[in-house]
Every structure is written in C-alpha cells, then in structure tokens.
Design a protein around this ligand. Structure first.
Ligand SMILES: Nc1ncnc2c1ncn2[C@@H]1O[C@H](COP(=O)(O)OP(=O)(O)OP(=O)(O)O)[C@@H](O)[C@H]1O
Ligand SMILES: Nc1ncnc2c1ncn2[C@@H]1O[C@H](COP(=O)(O)OP(=O)(O)OP(=O)(O)O)[C@@H](O)[C@H]1O
Ligand SMILES: [Mg+2]
Ligand SMILES: [Mg+2]
Lengths: 225, 225
C-alpha cells in the first residue's frame, strides 16, 4: 500500500544543507504493523510526514495505493489525507483554546456526518483511550499524557485505513501505553488497518510485527517477528 | 531544600472539581537525585509546577530553602526561579520562530552576563547535549528529540542549584537518553545539584538514587537505591 522509491529529503538552513533522508527505498504492505526506531534526528518524522502526504520528497517517488502522490494537486492531497490517514503527531498539534472533545471531532467537522453522530463517535474515541471525564478540558487543562491521548483519539475518529503514529506513547506510563498498544493491535488484527509507528522504546516496538531501524536518513536494518 | 506540607491542588473545570494533588507531604534534601513515576494524570507535572514556583497550591505549605513561597510577591518569585531553578518542561515550551541558540540563551538575556559570554555558554550547553550543528535551526526546523534537548540545554544554562526535569527523555532514543542521564548524574555527583525528574520509564528512573510513585494525586510508595 506504501511504496517509497529512493526517497531523499534535503533541507536548506542558511548556508547549510541538511540531508534528512538519503535514499529510502521500502514497501509497506496492506495490513502490516511496522515500527520505526532510530536515533534522535535520524529522519523518522521526516519519513512519516512524506508517507502522510504532509510533505513532498526532494527526489524519489512515493506511491500510496499505487498512485504517485507527487502528481496530486493540493486539494486531492488533502482529500486523500482526510479520507485514508489518521496521524498522531510527535508534538500532538492540538488546538490550544479548544476542548478535548472539539479537538477529537475535528476530522469530521466538514464531512457529511451529522453533528450528533460526530459527537457520539468522538466521545467513544476519547473513552477508548481512557479520557472519560476529560472531554471538556481545554488543551492547557490536560496533562501531557492526556494531550497525547487526545491526539490518538482524533487520529482514530475517521476509521482511517492507515494509521501513522509518531511516538504515540512518549508521555505515557507503562499501563496506559499497554492500553494504547492493545487498541492498535486490535485495529490491526481485527480490521486489517495498516499501522506505521515511530517509537524509541523497544518494548513498544515489540508490538509491531516488523521493525526497521533508521540511521542518518537511511534504513539500516529490518527485523521481523 | 524542598519541603512540601500537605499540599493540595484543585482545579475547577465548568461544574467539576479536579483534585490533582490530594495532600502531598514530602521532603527533598539538597544534593538528592529523585525520580517521580506514576500513571498519566496522577499529578506529577502539577507537583513539579508547584516545586518550580510556577503555580501555588490550593492549600498546604511549600518551603524552598526554608522560605515559605506563598509569602513571596510575583517579582521575588520570578527572581528565585531565574536564580535557583532550571526547568525542563514536558512540552518543551520553546519560542516558535526562534533558533536553538536564542532559545538556549534566554535565561541569561536580562542578566549582567555580557552577550559574548552568554553566547559561548549557550553554544557549550548545546554541544553538551549533542546539538552542535543545530544552533541556528529554528524550533520548527528541529526534530522532536532535538527540541527536547534544546529545552534541556536552556535549563542547564544558568548553573541552577535545582533542576526540575519533566519527562526529559520522552522523545529520545536509548543512546541519546543515556547521554542526557550521564550529564544529570555528573551534575548531581560532581556539583551536588539537586535533581527532581519525572519519568515514565523505569530504566531512566534507575539513574536516580530515590524514586517515588504517585497515584491519584498522592505519593503511594518510595524506593531508595
Ligand atoms: N489547568 C488545569 N485545569 C484542570 N485540570 C487540570 C489542569 N492541569 C492538569 N489538570 C488535571 O489534573 C490531573 C493531573 O495533571 P498532571 O499534569 O499533574 O498529570 P501528570 O501526572 O503530569 O500526567 P502525565 O504523565 O500525563 O503528564 C490530570 O488529570 C489533568 O487533567
Ligand atoms: N524543517 C526543517 N528544516 C531543517 N532541518 C530540519 C527540518 N526538519 C527536520 N530537520 C532536521 O532533519 C533531521 C531529521 O529530522 P526528523 O524530525 O526526521 O528526525 P527524527 O528521527 O524524527 O528525530 P526525533 O527522534 O528526535 O524525533 C534532524 O537532524 C533535524 O534537525
Ligand atoms: Mg521525530
Ligand atoms: Mg505530566
């Protein structure tokens, strides 16, 4: 479902070039649960942003479900993202003066789903990540791990066929992390949803059925369960 | 150096009361390296904000170096914070359109330290956390773990006598986490700096010489090495 062909990404900062991705070629099949590990700065989030259609590579080709994403205009890119992908960002990206419920409902705000059903689904998504009782807290009235879980609830709302989770348990204790991993495992096994998860913790990486290690913008190792 | 006497903290959200801290009594001696663990939402950051003079308790008393903090006016509170405390925030709190160097220099911006020395010290602090080469990247041009390390470099800049670190390795791979823990251990052993660190990872908690576990706003357990 995801095909990366010799993807590079180079940033320019002042006079220097930062080669964040240096030729990544990899295929992720439908229904896979892949974990991406690697040192801080090795290119994991950059790769996730390209897979999630939030950024374009400097060179190379990215095929999502067989379509060459570089040929899409802005509108088609946005529609593809909203319809197919649920993204849990490393820094959550929640709206500041907005409640957990409103943040979670966001992906369905401009859809045909009636308001009442949208709210029901958001409440269910928040309850599933253990946030019952926190729905009306604004972002700054939530703990770090609660904000992280709102980001997860929001990503799951639209029943995406591809979940991209960038450090989804970085701020969660082990018990809460296991609860989130149980949700991911269930979505993957029962519904066949493809999951790509960045993590720096090996116990979390163990929930995936495949792991790749990144170093200096390249994939250097692959392990299968 | 830190004395908490029956500290409570209650937030009001709409019609509900959230009892984030429900009577915490604890003493932290000078030169101690304490880790605070506990479930998401158990009150760890709330406790850190009170210790760091960023928030006042709803009831109870907090003594920092023998002074009752509730008697301080805003100015004295700010001076105490700037002089004594280095705080690494769970969500980093970096300035957005500002470089790593500028963010790190911030604590010394209104001090008597000459600009040239301030910049030298900030560059040294950034190099110590492995960010040589990233000094002129703006916050949005840094990876998640790099942003976390800028927050750490900034907290260490002023040679504080108390370091409060809220999940300092939440976004760091194991090798980089060990490098940060080596810095903390060194500051604690060689310079006698008191360190209070929130973490959800038990291997990180093992670097401290004492650990407390929080649950529902209370300390329920204490372990010493
Ligand atoms: N400003 C606020 N207004 C209302 N409730 C709040 C506020 N800040 C925190 N809370 C609530 O208080 C509880 C404790 O929050 P705190 O941030 O201390 O938890 P924590 O232990 O640091 O959690 P985490 O591990 O997720 O970071 C949480 O349930 C949170 O929803
Ligand atoms: N917009 C940008 N402009 C310039 N450099 C960037 C930009 N975004 C990322 N970088 C650099 O590219 C490298 C890879 O960044 P990326 O965010 O992909 O790393 P990562 O593997 O996710 O790291 P972490 O584990 O710390 O989150 C980093 O060294 C970073 O400084
Ligand atoms: Mg990242
Ligand atoms: Mg917290």
């Amino acid at each position: 479902v995801i095909q990366l062909d010799n993807i590079t990404k180079t940033y320019i900062v002042g006079e220097t070039e930062v080669r964040a991705l240096r030729g990544v070629t990899y295929a992720i099949k439908e229904g896979e649960f892949l974990a991406i590990l690697g040192a801080s700065g090795s290119g994991k989030s950059t790769m996730m942003n390209i897979i999630g259609c939030l950024d374009k590579p400097t060179s190379g080709r990215y095929l999502l479900d067989g379509d060459d994403i570089s040929k899409f205009d802005k509108n088609r890119l946005a529609r593809t993202r909203n319809k197919k992908i649920g993204f849990v960002f490393q820094t959550f990206n929640l709206l500041a003066r907005t409640t957990a419920l409103e943040n979670t409902e966001l992906p369905l705000l401009y859809s045909n789903v009636p308001g009442k059903e949208r709210t029901q689904r958001a409440l269910a998504s928040l309850a599933a990540v253990g946030l019952k009782g926190r729905e009306h807290h604004k972002t700054n009235q939530l703990s770090g791990g609660e904000q992280q879980r709102v980001a997860i609830a929001r990503a799951l709302l639209n029943n995406p066929s591809l979940i991209l989770a960038d450090e989804p348990t970085g701020n969660l204790d082990s018990k809460t992390s296991e609860e989130i991993m149980a949700i991911f495992t269930n979505l993957n096994k029962e519904k066949g949803i493809t999951i790509v998860m960045v993590t720096h913790e090996h116990d979390i990486g163990a929930y995936a059925n495949k792991r790749i290690i990144m170093k200096d913008g390249q994939i250097i190792k692959e392990e299968t369960n």
